[in-house]
Write a protein that binds this ligand. Structure first.
Ligand code: ZN
Ligand code: ZN
Length: 739
C-alpha cells in the first residue's frame, strides 16, 4: 500500500513538474522581462539558492536548558514525510546554514561541506531533508529556477517568413520558443543547465544586471560575472552567430527558456555520488541521430560533445559524496582540486561548477584521514560539521516514537521506549573536564555523576546536593560543557549506543516471549544481554570514570529504578488521592503568611471570612519539611528577599516558585507523596488482585476502587491490562513489598 502511495505521489510530482515546465516556456525576451521584475530571484547560484530554501521554510526557537536555539523548519519536513524529519541536531542545522552563508559571501563554490559523525548518527537524514526541502522549494514560485534549450524549426516552418517561421509574439519579437513540437526539427538541451543570462556577452550581462537591480542590495555571485556558456552552447551560439551574421537577436530566437524543478529521483540538481562511482563527470561525442541531421548545416559539420556524470547532473543544486573517505584518495584529491578552483576540466573544455558540494563520512575514517600527511592542505578546503548522537533523553525518545513505534506489532507499554532512550543517552555522556570551569564550581563539576549530568541536559534539573548559587554558574557554562572536546575527536556524542543499536534492542524486546506487550522490562532484559557483546559494541569497553561515566551495565539498574518511579507516579496520579498541586498550594500559603507577618498584618481566612494572625504552626511545618536551619526569623527574611530579587529580575511576571525554590518545592513534594504512598499502594494491590484473580473476594467498595484505578491507568496513562499486570508485579516485588 505504501509503495502504491509512493508511486502515486511520484506520478503526481512528475505531472506537476511537466505542467510547470510547459506553462513556463518563455522566449529569451520574455525571460529578460521576468528577470528585470525580480532580479534577486534570478541572480542566485546554488549556495544562495539552498540558503534561500532553508530560510524560506522559516525557523523556530527551541528552548533548551542551555538557552534558546534556532531550529530550521526545512528539517521538520512539513511539506513531505514528517516521519523522516531530523530529530534534534539544532547545532548541526545552524552550522550547515552558516557554512552556506559563508559560501554566499565568498560568491562561489569554495569549500566542501563535510557532514561527519559516528555510525548511525543522523547524517543521512540531514542530507535527505535538504534534498527534499530543495525539491519542494523548487516547485514554489519563490524557488523558480530557469534553464534553456536550443530549438531549431523544420525547414518548412522556418521558411514561412523571413527566416523565422515561429509565431510572431505579441511584442513583435521573433522567436521560435513558442513553436509547436511538430514544427520543431531539433532541440538541444543544455545538460549543465547554464543560466539563461550567460547567453549574453559579459559586458551586456553586467549592464542588464545593473539596470535590473537599480541600486537594490544584492550580492551578485561570481558565477554571473565570471562564468560563460558551457562548451557546447558556446559552439552552437558561435555557429548561429555566423549564420545570422552577428545578429544576436536572431541567435537568441533559437532559445527557449523554461522553469525546472529539482529532483533527486531524476538526478536533476540533486545527486548522490556513492564511493564506488568514479567518473564524476565526462564528455562524449554526440552520435548522429535524427536530431542532428535536422540541425542547421553549420552545426552538422561540427563535432558536438555532451557532458555527463554526477557533477553535471547536480548542477544548480547539491552534489553529495556519500562516504567520502571510502573513495580512493586520488579521486578525492581531484575532487578537492575542483573545490579549490570551482572548475572542472572536461576534455578540452572547462566546466564552471554551480553546485553546493557536500560529503558525508564517519568519524573513524575522518580521524584516520587526519593523520595523512596531506591532510593540512586538504583541511583548508573542508568545512567540517559534526552530527553527534543525541544527548537529551526526551529528544532521543522522539526518534523511536516517530520511526519505530508505529511499526511494532504489539501494544507499546508506557516507559518502554523511554527506558531505551535513557540508557542510550547515558552511554554517550562524557565526564566534564574540571579544569575548564571557574574555581567556585570546580568541586561540583567534579562530583557531577552521569545521571545528574543527563538530568541537567534534559530538563535543567539540578542535583539535590548542589546549591542554587553553584547551579546558576553551572547553567551559564552549559553551552561550553556541551561543546567540550568539540575541537578534538572525543567530543560528547561521538561514542555510545547508536540509534541503530537502540532500534535493534526495541525490536528484539518486542518479540519477547515473557511479555505480551513491548515492555520496559523486556527492553532492560535486552539491554542486559547487549552489554555482554563488547566485541560488536566497543563503547561498552570504554574506560570507566568516577561519577559512573562509561558504565553501561550499571545504567540498566539506574533505568530500572527510573521506570519504577514512573510507574509509581502513574499510580499516584491515577489513584486521585494525591493532587500534584497540593504541595505548591502549601508553598503559596507559606509565602502569604510569612509576608503578612513581616508587614505585621493579619491574613484573610477564606474559610470563615475572618482576618487572623499569621499561622505560626503552618509556617513551622513547612520550614521543618524543607529543612530550614537556624533562626526562623532569619530564614523567613532571607526567603522573602529571594522572592523580591526574583521579582526585580523578572518584572511583570507571575511568581514562579518552581524557579526560585526548586529544592524546597522538591522536599515538600517528597514529604507529601511519602505520606500518601501507603494509601496508593493499597489500592494498587486491590487492582492487582482484580486483574489476576477473576474469582476474587473483594468487597464492592474495594472492587470499585480497583476498577477505577485500572480504568484510569488504561484510559489516561496508556497501559493495557497485560502490561499493567506486569508493571504491578514488578512494583510489588521491588517497591511495595513492605506494604
Ligand atoms: Zn550549455
Ligand atoms: Zn500493554
Amino acid at each position: 500500500m505504501v509503495e502504491i502511495l509512493d508511486t502515486y505521489k511520484q506520478a503526481v510530482d512528475a505531472v506537476r513538474d511537466d505542467y510547470m515546465s510547459r506553462r513556463g516556456v518563455m522566449s529569451f525576451a520574455e525571460y529578460l522581462a521576468d528577470f528585470s521584475q525580480r532580479p534577486q530571484l534570478h541572480l542566485r547560484d546554488a549556495a544562495r539558492y539552498l540558503l534561500d530554501a532553508i530560510d524560506y521554510f522559516g525557523s523556530e526557537q527551541v528552548k533548551t536548558p542551555w538557552g534558546q536555539v534556532t531550529r530550521f523548519k526545512i528539517f521538520n519536513q512539513e511539506f513531505g514525510d514528517k516521519d523522516a524529519r531530523l530529530v534534534g541536531q539544532e547545532n548541526t542545522q545552524n552550522a550547515v546554514r552558516d557554512a552556506l552563508a559563508a559560501q554566499v559571501r565568498d560568491g562561489r563554490v569554495s569549500r566542501l561541506i563535510v557532514v561527519h559523525g559516528p555510525n548511525g548518527s543522523a547524517k543521512t537524514t540531514l542530507m535527505s531533508n535538504l534534498f527534499q526541502g530543495l525539491e519542494s522549494y523548487s516547485r514554489r514560485d519563490e524557488g523558480s529556477q530557469f534553464r534553456f534549450r536550443w530549438v531549431f524549426p523544420t525547414r518548412k516552418s522556418s521558411q514561412g517568413s523571413v527566416g523565422f517561421g515561429g509565431r510572431v509574439h505579441r511584442d513583435e519579437e521573433d522567436t521560435y520558443a513558442h513553436m509547436a513540437d511538430e514544427d520543431l526539427d531539433a532541440t538541444l538541451e543544455c545538460e549543465v543547465r547554464d543560466h539563461p543570462l550567460l547567453l549574453l556577452p559579459r559586458a551586456q550581462r553586467e549592464k542588464i544586471m545593473e539596470n535590473a537591480l537599480a541600486g537594490q542590495p544584492c550580492l551578485v555571485p561570481d558565477h554571473f560575472l565570471q562564468a560563460s556558456l558551457c562548451h557546447r552552447c558556446r559552439q552552437i551560439a558561435d555557429a548561429l552567430m555566423r549564420t545570422h551574421q552577428g545578429d544576436l537577436r536572431k541567435v537568441l530566437a533559437h532559445v527557449q527558456v523554461e522553469r525546472w524543478a529539482l529532483s533527486r529521483r531524476y538526478r536533476r540538481g540533486l545527486v548522490q555520488v556513492g564511493p564506488q562511482m568514479s567518473a564524476d563527470a565526462g564528455q562524449r561525442q554526440i552520435t548522429a541521430d535524427r536530431n542532428l541531421s535536422a540541425l542547421p548545416v553549420e552545426l552538422q559539420n561540427m563535432t558536438l560533445f555532451e557532458t555527463f556524470g554526477p557533477l553535471v547532473d547536480g548542477s544548480g543544486g547539491i552534489i553529495e559524496f556519500e562516504d567520502m573517505l571510502k573513495r580512493p584518495l586520488d579521486a578525492f584529491k581531484y575532487l578537492l582540486g575542483t573545490v579549490e578552483t570551482g572548475e572542472l576540466l572536461l576534455g578540452q573544455s572547462i566546466l564552471r561548477l554551480n553546485s553546493v558540494l557536500m560529503a558525508t563520512t564517519n568519524d573513524d575514517m575522518l580521524e584516520a584521514f587526519r593523520d595523512h600527511h596531506e591532510y593540512i592542505s586538504f583541511r583548508e578546503r573542508l568545512t567540517l560539521i559534526p552530527v553527534p548522537y543525541i544527548t537529551q533523553y526526551s529528544v532521543e525518545k522522539q526518534i523511536y516514537e516517530i520511526q519505530l513505534v508505529p511499526n511494532i506489532g504489539r501494544h507499546v507499554s508506557p516507559h518502554a521506549v523511554e527506558a531505551a532512550a535513557r540508557w542510550a543517552v547515558l552511554t554517550r555522556l562524557e565526564k566534564p573536564n574540571t579544569t575548564l570551569y571557574p574555581d567556585d564550581i570546580k568541586e561540583a563539576i567534579h562530583k557531577l555523576t552521569v545521571v545528574e549530568k543527563a538530568d541537567i541536559y534534559d530538563s535543567g534539573t539540578a542535583p539535590r546536593w548542589m546549591s542554587k548559587e553553584v547551579f546558576a554558574v553551572l547553567r551559564g557554562k552549559l553551552k561550553d560543557m556541551r561543546a567540550e572536546g568539540s575541537s578534538t575527536w572525543a567530543y560528547e556524542g561521538r561514542f555510545g549506543a547508536s540509534p541503530r543499536l537502540i532500534r535493534a534492542i526495541l525490536l528484539h524486546a518486542s518479540l519477547s516471549d515473557k511479555y505480551k506487550c513491548l515492555s520496559p522490562f523486556a527492553v532492560l532484559d535486552e539491554i542486559r544481554s547487549v552489554c555482554n557483546k563488547t566485541k560488536e559494541n566497543p563503547f561498552l569497553d570504554r574506560e570507566r570514570e568516577s561519577g559512573n561515566y562509561h558504565d553501561p551495565l550499571a545504567y540498566v539498574s539506574v533505568v530500572h529504578e527510573h521506570v519504577l518511579d514512573k510507574i509509581e507516579e502513574d499510580n499516584r496520579t491515577a489513584s486521585g488521592l494525591v493532587e500534584e498541586a497540593k504541595y505548591l498550594e502549601l508553598m503559596h500559603k507559606y509565602i502569604t503568611h510569612v509576608s503578612h507577618q513581616a508587614k505585621g498584618e493579619k491574613v484573610y481566612n477564606e474559610m470563615n471570612g475572618n482576618h487572623e494572625p499569621p499561622d505560626e504552626a503552618l509556617m513551622k511545618r513547612v520550614e521543618i519539611t524543607v529543612g530550614a536551619k537556624g533562626d526562623a526569623r532569619d530564614f523567613r527574611r532571607e526567603f522573602m528577599n529571594r522572592i523580591a530579587a526574583w521579582a526585580i529580575a523578572n518584572p511583570r511576571q507571575k511568581l514562579q516558585i518552581e524557579q526560585i525554590f526548586p529544592d524546597y518545592l522538591q522536599r515538600l513534594k517528597d514529604t507529601y507523596f511519602e505520606e500518601h504512598r501507603q494509601k496508593v499502594a493499597k489500592i494498587a494491590k486491590l487492582a492487582l488482585i482484580e486483574l489476576t484473580e477473576p474469582e476474587n473476594k473483594l468487597t464492592d467498595d474495594q472492587k470499585k476502587k480497583a476498577q477505577n484505578l485500572i480504568e484510569r491507568l488504561v484510559g489516561e496513562h496508556g497501559y493495557c491490562r497485560h502490561c499493567l499486570k506486569d508493571a504491578f508485579a514488578v512494583l510489588f516485588s521491588n517497591r511495595f513489598a513492605d506494604i
